[in-house]
Write a protein that binds this ligand. Structure first.
Ligand code: MG
Length: 147
């Protein structure tokens, strides 16, 4: 089994839409740091096809799957929100499968699906599949490659 890590924001959860439509988005102090809005990460819409695709990977015997995400340091509720959100989406299959870190390059594994190079993603020791790139524009292209 290969160790497969999946980023949350921009890959499974649509953080940008929730942030931009939030009523506090343009009010100080959140206008400068919108990702510190309390509770922002609790009610995100899933990215298209993401939930069904991650479920396929969770049920596959080719991969051991973990969520590998970064929560904003100055938004402590985000750390809890992410834990609750993935349970809501995936149920008990995701139990103890969440890693929150600012250093994805320190995590051991084979494959990382991430939309951005940030927080160590570009230096991940295994293979980085960049979600949203020309080669992997959507979940269909990712699944086609992985399964
Ligand atoms: Mg991301």
């Amino acid at each position: 089994m290969k160790l497969l890590y999946i980023d949350l924001d921009g890959v499974v959860a649509d953080f940008v839409s929730a942030m931009n439509s939030h009523p506090s988005r343009n009010q100080p102090p959140y206008d400068l740091d919108p990702d510190t809005i309390p509770g922002l990460f609790r009610n995100l819409e899933p990215i298209k096809d993401a939930i069904a695709s991650v479920n396929k990977l969770l049920n596959s015997d080719k991969y051991e799957v973990y969520i590998l995400s970064t929560a904003p340091w100055n938004n402590p509720s985000a750390w809890t929100d992410k834990r609750l959100w993935i349970e809501e989406q995936f149920g008990d299959k995701i139990n103890r499968k969440l890693i929150l870190t600012h250093r994805k390059d320190l995590v051991k594994g084979d494959i990382l699906i991430d939309d951005r190079p940030n927080n160590g993603a570009k230096d991940f020791e295994g293979q980085w599949l960049q979600y949203g790139s020309e080669i992997y524009p959507d979940w269909n292209s990712i699944l086609k490659y992985l399964l």
